[in-house]
Design a protein around this ligand. Structure first.
Ligand SMILES: [Zn+2]
Ligand SMILES: [Zn+2]
Ligand SMILES: [Zn+2]
Length: 139
């Protein structure tokens, strides 16, 4: 079974080699991937602009979401919430970055507490990054 093909079809996206391969890597790795990670994986086959556009399309379609990194970069992870759709992401989970291996993981079971903002502020997105050491590094 080719999972990535099914998902691309579900999201009404035309199949391209780049889309299929990038989606497959998000399904393979359990941690978030950066543009640089994908370039390392596919840099010889797809140029950086194609990879960038694919990531942008996936975010817009609700297939992956952004995971902010402490070093100012952005990583991306698969949306496991069925509520994510075109331009509308619904996540309230935290992200955990391991300071030892550098992998960032979605902790779907750990929810960001409800935060109230002062009058006049409208919330569109929360990113919570926790840091520490992951189970693999702690083993
Ligand atoms: Zn999402
Ligand atoms: Zn680790
Ligand atoms: Zn996440």
């Amino acid at each position: 079974m080719n999972l990535s093909k099914n998902t691309l079809k579900e999201f009404d996206l035309r199949h391209t080699g780049c889309r299929e391969d990038i989606l497959a890597s998000f399904q393979t790795y359990s941690h978030a991937l950066s543009h640089g990670d994908l370039e390392n994986l596919f840099g010889e086959r797809f140029d950086r602009v194609t990879i960038y556009r694919t990531l942008k399309t996936f975010v817009e379609k609700g297939i992956i979401h952004k995971v902010l990194d402490d070093e100012g970069g952005t990583k991306y992870a698969l949306c496991r919430s069925t509520e994510c759709s075109h331009e509308e992401h619904h996540h309230d989970h935290v992200h955990f970055k391991c300071v030892s291996c550098g992998n960032t993981t979605c902790l779907e079971s750990v929810h960001i507490p409800k935060i109230s903002l002062p009058d006049g502020y409208k919330l569109s997105e929360i990113n919570m990054l926790m840091q520490g050491t992951c189970p693999v590094c702690n083993a």
